[in-house]
Ligand binder design. Structure first.
Ligand code: GAP
Length: 449
């Protein structure tokens, strides 16, 4: 059995499972796909929505000092001058002078950078700066006055609404604004499935604090964010912190730490926690000419807040949840099963409902039970094939619970409830299905490797 944490073959198996079972398809598949663009299918869109809801609830419902926002993707072009993205949002690009393959200079090994040779051993071109923002035009005329950019981070939509939110909501510093949305970067190299793409989604929260308390809140949010991934059911031994060195810091950051996950292709960034100081609000105040200071009327003190940012990738979280959940498990002497051990709150289907056989009224009763469960859970009804095969099909898409209706159901209105992780089965009355699934989900602890 492959070591799931680091075997690159596992990545191929995950990509293939995602396509086969309707999680994620190549974009424009019937035209041969578009490099690095992906579409989320019936199960993938459910999974993504559930991760988004989990984050949104965690941020806005469980923290009474955080409010939500949904800003437009296209913003005034001056935003990107003020934010520093036009000047600084670059990667260094080098090209293999023989094959013309392009690389990010910072992704090459020390030796390749020193000798200026590509991974294929050919000479590299001189590094040149490449701005990652997508530029387009608003309106029918392509002139410089109509240039707009697709936002490379959702954060700026929050900063330009800081004053609006302070004036219209009952927030007092320290407080946060949370947002989920699309972001776009013209990445030089896109790879590893949905890990690095040009179009992706972020879940960002900007926490506004008094300048004297930035370090306290930075530490607080680091702790919160690591805990969040544990609540999401991610294995703690596959999560770690990485601090940004002085040469890695983004132009806006005083300090930054990444939460890294051990993907099948190695440790890589999942989320960034940044101390952005008063950089963003000061720059927007300067470029817009508007006063973006905050007045603490109790202390009668006016100041530009510092910002602690937690910036997670939503689409990257989908890959993390898939990679973390994926297992090829030996069953008995010579059988294996593929199972996605999703947390029940994230699983696209919560409960599969099967009649043991179609005849003798079992299918009708199973349908009735499935319809009743739909009110509370996402369900899947399946009456085709051997029962063992039906269980395996649900294991492969991560369904945590399956209900089977059999001849005993007719006698005493009980069913079997089967658990995905342990494959154990218990007999329970029909009236207890919903409360039992609810309590099992609340108490869920992952078993297995
Ligand atoms: N507002 C700060 C910011 O955008 P970042 O470290 O550049 O910081 C934050 O990005 C997160 O967004 C990353 O940790 C990652 O999860 C996600 N992300 C960034 N670029 C991405 C890409 N090209 N494809 C998918 N996700 C990406």
């Amino acid at each position: 059995m492959a070591d799931v944490a680091t075997d690159p073959k596992i990545m191929e198996s995950i990509v293939s499972l995602c396509k086969r079972r309707g999680f994620i398809f190549p974009s424009s598949d019937i035209y041969g796909g578009l490099a690095s663009a992906w579409d989320y299918g019936p199960l993938g869109s459910e999974l993504k929505n559930r991760i988004q809801r989990f984050w949104w609830r965690d941020m806005t419902q469980l923290h009474d000092d955080i409010v939500g926002l949904d800003a437009a993707i296209m913003m005034h072009p001056r935003v990107w001058e003020a934010s520093g993205h036009i000047e600084n949002f670059d990667d260094l690009l080098v090209e293999d002078t023989v094959t013309n393959e392009r690389f990010r200079f910072d992704h090459l090994t020390d030796e390749q950078r020193e000798t200026m040779t590509s991974p294929a051993g050919n000479p590299l071109s001189q590094p040149r700066k490449f701005n990652l923002m997508f530029r387009t035009h608003m309106g029918p005329v392509e002139e410089s006055a109509s240039v707009v950019y697709l936002r490379p981070e959702t954060a700026q939509g929050i900063y330009v609404n800081f004053k609006n939110v302070v004036q219209t909501s009952r927030v007092r510093i320290p407080f946060g604004i949370a947002q989920v949305g699309k972001a776009f970067r013209n990445e030089i190299v896109t790879k590893n499935f949905i890990f690095r793409t040009c179009e992706f989604e972020q879940m960002e929260m900007q926490y506004f604090v008094h300048p004297s308390e930035d370090e306290k809140w930075f530490d607080y949010w680091r702790g919160e964010r690591m805990e969040y991934y544990r609540r999401l059911g991610i294995r703690p031994d596959r999560l770690r912190w990485k601090e940004h060195g002085p040469d890695e810091l983004a132009h806006y950051a005083k300090t930054a730490y990444d939460i890294e996950y051990l993907f099948p292709f190695g440790w890589s960034e999942l989320e960034g926690v940044h101390n952005r100081t008063d950089y963003d609000l000061s720059r927007h105040a300067e470029y817009s000419g508007k006063d973006l200071t905050y007045l603490d009327d109790q202390k009668n003190e006016r100041f530009v807040p510092y910002i602690i940012e937690t910036s997670a990738g939503l689409t990257r979280s989908v890959l993390t949840v898939l990679a973390d959940a994926y297992e090829e498990e030996r069953v008995g002497e010579n059988d294996t099963r593929t199972v996605l051990r999703f947390h029940p709150d994230l699983a696209p289907v919560t409960v599969g409902v099967f009649p043991l056989v179609k005849k003798d009224g079992l299918a009708e009763r199973a349908r009735e039970i499935e319809r009743a469960l739909r009110e509370d859970f996402s369900t899947f009804y399946d009456q085709g094939g051997a029962i063992g095969r039906r269980y395996r099909r649900q294991d492969e898409i991560g369904t945590p619970y399956c209900i089977t209706i059999d001849y005993e159901t007719k006698e005493n209105d009980t069913v079997t409830l089967r658990f995905r992780d342990s494959m154990e089965q218990v007999r329970i009355p029909v009236s207890e299905i919903a409360p039992r699934i609810r309590s099992e989900s609340r108490a869920y602890r992952r078993v297995g490797s």
